[in-house]
Design a protein around this ligand. Structure first.
Ligand code: FCB
Length: 478
C-alpha cells in the first residue's frame, strides 16, 4: 500500500496509482423515486414527487418518475450489473409510500417484499447495503396535513423507521435517516423548485426543525428494534463557501448558518446556532422547537454522510448591480435561503459540469478536513459525488472522459483527506445509472451506466469500467 502520509500529490488532483485502505468502501448511490418507476404498482401510494412532477411547469419537459429506469421490474438484472462493476456497496433509498401508502398504518407486504429482494440480492452478491430511509418521496397524504412543516410528520417518520427496522434490522450495516434535509426544507418549502413546491420561509424553517427531529426520533426507534449492531447516520449536503470581497465573511457566516450549522448544531452539538435564530427572527420565532426536542435530536452518530459536488462563492449584494444567484440549486424566482435573499451567489470560473456546477476537488478535501477537525470522533463517508455531462454514444460505447476525469480528481481529493488524518470510510459515486434528476427531469445524466430511456437498456460508460477497476483493487487506475 502507498504510504498515505508521504504520498507526493500532484496539485491538480489527478493522481493515479494511489492506494486506499483495504476496508475503504467503493460503491454507488441511487434514490427510489429517481430509478424505480412502477409508481402505481405493489400497493405504493402517491408521494409528493408524483404530485409535483405531474403538475405542469414544475419539471423540465414534463418528465415524471412514472417509469424512470424501471428498476422495480429490472431488479435482478440491476443487481447483476452492480456485481459486474465490482461494487462493494450500494446506497439506495426506501420509498416510504411503498411501505406505508398513506404515510401511516401497517406495513404494505408488497413493499416489504420488494426491498427484501433488493437487500437479500445485494447480500447474496457480496454487496453491502447502505439504506437511506428518506430521499424526498414523502407520502402525499402526509403533505396534505402540512408535510415537514407539521410536527406530526416527524413522529410518523419514526413509526415508518420502526417498521423498516423490524423488517430488515437483522442485516443492515448502515442506516441513514435522511438525505440532504437542506433540500427537503428549503427547495421544497422556500424556493419551491422541489416538491411540494411551496414558497413559505416560516414553513421552511419549521421543516428544518421537523426533519432534524425526525432524524432523532427515527434513530431512537431503530435502536429499539434492530437486532444487529449497525451504524446510524444522516447524509448532509454541506456547503463549501468561499468569500468574495469585503462582505464575503458576513455572507459566509450567514449561509454557513442556514446551510450547515442549522443541521450540524442540533445533530451534533445539541443546540441551534444563536446567530441563525437572530438572523431569521423576522421570519419565525422558532417556537416550533419544543422543550426536550434538542435532546431527542442529538443521538450518537456512528457515521456522517457527506454529499459534495461543487463550491459556492458568496458576498452581500450591494443592492445596485444585477444580483447573481448561482447557488446551483436551480432557477427560482424566490431564493431558497430564508432571510438571506440579499446574499449573492456569484458565477464561478469553469470548468463546469452540465449542471453548471463548478468543478473544484479542493472543496471536497477542504470539507472533509474541516468537518473532521470540528468533530474528530465522527467517521465520514462520501455518500454522493459525481457529475452530469452530455454523454455521446459512439459505436455502442460511451466515452465519457470528462466524467472519469471528475471522478479521478475527487477520489484523489478523498485520498488527500485520508492522508491528512480524516477518518473517511468510503465513497459512493452518484449515480449508478442515469435517472430522473428531479426538476431537471431526464435532461441531466449522472450515471456511470447509461440508460436509453426508449429501450431502458443499460450500457456501462467508460467511467463505469474505470470505476469497476478501482472498486476491484482500491487503487486509482492509471
Ligand atoms: C443530490 C441528490 C441526488 C441527486 C444529486 C445530483 O442533491 O441527493 O438525488 O439529485 O444531487
Amino acid at each position: 500500500m502507498t504510504d498515505v502520509a508521504t504520498t507526493d500529490y500532484r496539485d491538480d488532483y489527478r493522481n493515479a496509482g494511489l492506494q486506499f485502505p483495504a476496508d475503504f468502501v467503493f460503491g454507488s448511490a441511487t434514490a427510489s423515486y429517481q430509478i424505480e418507476g412502477a409508481v402505481n404498482e405493489g400497493g405504493r401510494g402517491p408521494s409528493i414527487w408524483d404530485t409535483f412532477s405531474h403538475t405542469p411547469g414544475k419539471v423540465h419537459n414534463g418528465d415524471t418518475g412514472d417509469q424512470a429506469d424501471d428498476h422495480y421490474h429490472r431488479l435482478d438484472a440491476d443487481l447483476d450489473l452492480m456485481k459486474s462493476l465490482n461494487l462493494q456497496a450500494y446506497r439506495f433509498s426506501i420509498s416510504w409510500p411503498r411501505i406505508q401508502p398513506t404515510g401511516r398504518g401497517p406495513a404494505n407486504p408488497e413493499g416489504i417484499a420488494f426491498y427484501t429482494r433488493l437487500i437479500d440480492g445485494l447480500i447474496e452478491r457480496g454487496i453491502t447495503p447502505i439504506v437511506t430511509l428518506y430521499h424526498w418521496d414523502l407520502p402525499q397524504a402526509l403533505e396534505d396535513e402540512g408535510g415537514w412543516a407539521n410536527r406530526a410528520t416527524s413522529y410518523a417518520f419514526a413509526d415508518y423507521a420502526r417498521i423498516v427496522g423490524q423488517a430488515f434490522g437483522d442485516r443492515i450495516g448502515t442506516w441513514t435517516t435522511l438525505n440532504e434535509p437542506w433540500c427537503s426544507a428549503y427547495l421544497g418549502y422556500a424556493s419551491g423548485v422541489h416538491a411540494p413546491g411551496l414558497n413559505d420561509y416560516a414553513a421552511s424553517l419549521a421543516a428544518v426543525h421537523h426533519l432534524n427531529l425526525a432524524h432523532g426520533l427515527a434513530v431512537t426507534a431503530l435502536k429499539e428494534v434492530v437486532t444487529n449492531d449497525p451504524q446510524f447516520s444522516i447524509t448532509l449536503n454541506l456547503h463549501v463557501l468561499r468569500p468574495e470581497g469585503e462582505t464575503g465573511a458576513e455572507a459566509v457566516r450567514r449561509i454557513d448558518g442556514l446551510g450547515n450549522r442549522v443541521f450540524l448544531g442540533p445533530l451534533l452539538d445539541g443546540e441551534y446556532p444563536a446567530d441563525v435564530i437572530a438572523d431569521t427572527s423576522e421570519v419565525t420565532d422558532w417556537s416550533f422547537v419544543h422543550d426536550g426536542d434538542l435532546d431527542l435530536i442529538k443521538q450518537p452518530l456512528d457515521l456522517l454522510g457527506v454529499n459534495y459536488y461543487s463550491t459556492n462563492l458568496v458576498r452581500v449584494w450591494d443592492g445596485v448591480s444585477p444580483k447573481q444567484s448561482a447557488d446551483g440549486h436551480g432557477e427560482a424566482s424566490v431564493s431558497p435561503w430564508p432571510a438571506a435573499s440579499d446574499i449573492e451567489f456569484l458565477e464561478q470560473p469553469g470548468p463546469h459540469t452540465e449542471m453548471g456546477w463548478n468543478i473544484d476537488p479542493s472543496g471536497l478535501e477542504e470539507l472533509l478536513v474541516s468537518v473532521s477537525t470540528a468533530y474528530p470522533n465522527l467517521p465520514l463517508m462520501i455518500t454522493e459525488n459525481g457529475a452530469a455531462f452530455d454523454d455521446q454514444v459512439v459505436d455502442g460505447r460511451v466515452p465519457d472522459a470528462d466524467r472519469t476525469d471528475y471522478l479521478r480528481r475527487h477520489i484523489t481529493a478523498a485520498h488527500k483527506a485520508l492522508s491528512r488524518g480524516v477518518d473517511l470510510r468510503g465513497y459512493q459515486v452518484w449515480s449508478l445509472m442515469d435517472n430522473f434528476e428531479w426538476a431537471y427531469g431526464y435532461s441531466k445524466r449522472f450515471g456511470i451506466v447509461r440508460v436509453d430511456y426508449d429501450t431502458l437498456e443499460r450500457t456501462p460508460k467508460d467511467s463505469a469500467l474505470w470505476y469497476s477497476e478501482l472498486a476491484a483493487t482500491n487503487r486509482i487506475p492509471d
